[in-house]
Ligand binder design. Sequence first.
Ligand code: GDP
Length: 378
Amino acid sequence: MITLDDTIAAISTPLGQGGIGIVRLSGPEALAIARRLFRPADPAWRDKPEPGRLTYGHIVHPESGEVVDEVLLAVMPAPHTYTRQDVVEIDAHGGLVPLREILGLCLSSGARAAGPGEFTLRALLNGRIDLAQAEAVADLVAARTQAARRLATGQLQGGLSQRVGALRQELIEVLAYLEAVVDFPDDEIPQRDIAPELAHVGEALRALLRDADRGMIYRQGLRTAIVGRPNVGKSSLLNALLRAERAIVAEVPGTTRDTLEETMDLQGIPLVVVDTAGIVASEDVVERLGVERSRRSLAMADLVLLVVDGSLPPSSADEEIAGLIDGQPTVVVVNKRDLAQVADYCQLLPDAPHVNVSALTGAGLDELEDTLLETVVG
Ligand code: GDP
């Protein structure tokens, strides 16, 4: 059961150590709880808390009188707040312990711990934002590139809602006309050709769905596998690409100790690259291991970079790895173009684009980036 009439509280900033951290309250008791815990430097606040102003003071344990933290407190009365309820924000010091203690005092003073996303749920249910905007809040918080942030901000400001609203209005008008014709057949209702109107709405909806697919790519990114046999330069290529982009957005350890996820920003599209390179193995198993690793990262990939070494003749391992690619868009990267080239590899995946690069010198990386973008957006 969703309830809106109690008061919820949560630590609204990430847990960890930071300069400040915020405990937020929303609901009818928010101000009463704040009064109970907050000792303002200016006692006049008690009689007349100024809405929307930060007030300096302390959070004090209501029974022991112990000062828990020095804070700034903001009171935001309904309805002009994020949740359309009374909201109180307590700006405390951003350590886990003070924030937990302040939250604990709020809970023991009558608040309930908010569930994930519950403030935004209240904003939605109280009609401050619609569903598209609530989704945009989540997208904005999770945005990994500037382009993703821009899409989310546009949606939060009501861009999508307005487009859907306009189409809905057109359909309502068509429906009103149809009902009028059916209900009042004797009235002289001017004839109207609704087929082009419906076709227009249909086309606009299809365009919205296409945008949604593109939006999904910007939001979630594309899992990208860099595969190839050992020593062709996969790690070097990843590093060169990350350096060129100068945007290592995230560095999260993968499921096993020897995989690493990095996100690179390809003109706004987050490419989540799983780097399985760097495992040390004895010479005899190295080839087999390369194939195995490629198989693993290929299984999860939306996009593939197949790296080969242009200074060496093609080997059966290149063919074998190419054979593992399961229909994903692929770019063949012929690396080490700074060395004498002994093969052009055009027989390897002849339908995929081939780009000659040097991960060592950075030559060809711009072209690779353009080709990737074409492959992804196409
Ligand atoms: P991986 O096993 O496929 O990840 O390959 P590495 O990135 O570890 O590279 C293997 C070796 O090739 C290293 O000694 C790199 O310095 C070298 N290497 C990588 N890219 C290039 C390149 O473009 N040109 C030259 N000359 N050497 C490269």
